[in-house]
Design a protein around this ligand. Sequence first.
Ligand code: ZN
Length: 211
Amino acid sequence: MYFPFLAEAAEFAASALDALRQPLETGAITIHRSGVSAAFPARFQLVMATNPCPCGNYGVPGGSCVCPPNQVRRYLGKLSGPLLDRVDIELGLRRVSVAQATEAGGHATLSTAEAKQRVLAARSRAAHRLRETPWSVNARVSGQWLRQGPCAIASEARRPLDAALHRGALTLRGYDRVLRVAWTLCDLAGRPAPSTHDVGRALFMKRGIVA
Ligand SMILES: [Zn+2]
């Protein structure tokens, strides 16, 4: 598994970013040349970061953006809706202040080794739950199995998600991605099945949608 990190993702050509859609969805990339096509495995976990605008100050408290409004729109527009639809988690980050940086250094936070143990435990719970399926991690499970399989999340817990789909705030693809993240949150917490809280958190993480 590869973990490519695209820093300043909005600086990439829109065509290059949109070419990521197929491998993000299928884990493979098909190349057509001279009437011949070949498919190559391309499964990876993509991380992208971007500034809010070319100067980096748009919407930043205390910052003063010097970019014309249409340039700000064009900049973030490079990350197209169809590409973002294939992204599981979108997080807005604030600039770290000196006080926060010092605080983080002085307090015990989760160490890399502890985080690894949590992830391994979560993956083992998922693998156990999925033991009679072709998959072993939440990211690979099919949408149909997530929605209608033996472990489908209770309709009560899915209600906020159904509402978001109904009002067009989510596509069906996005809906399935939220279900996968909800399962991962539940596996990280060691719970047997995602609660309404897990689904709500996953929905918020998908597009900042508040249930
Ligand atoms: Zn700016």
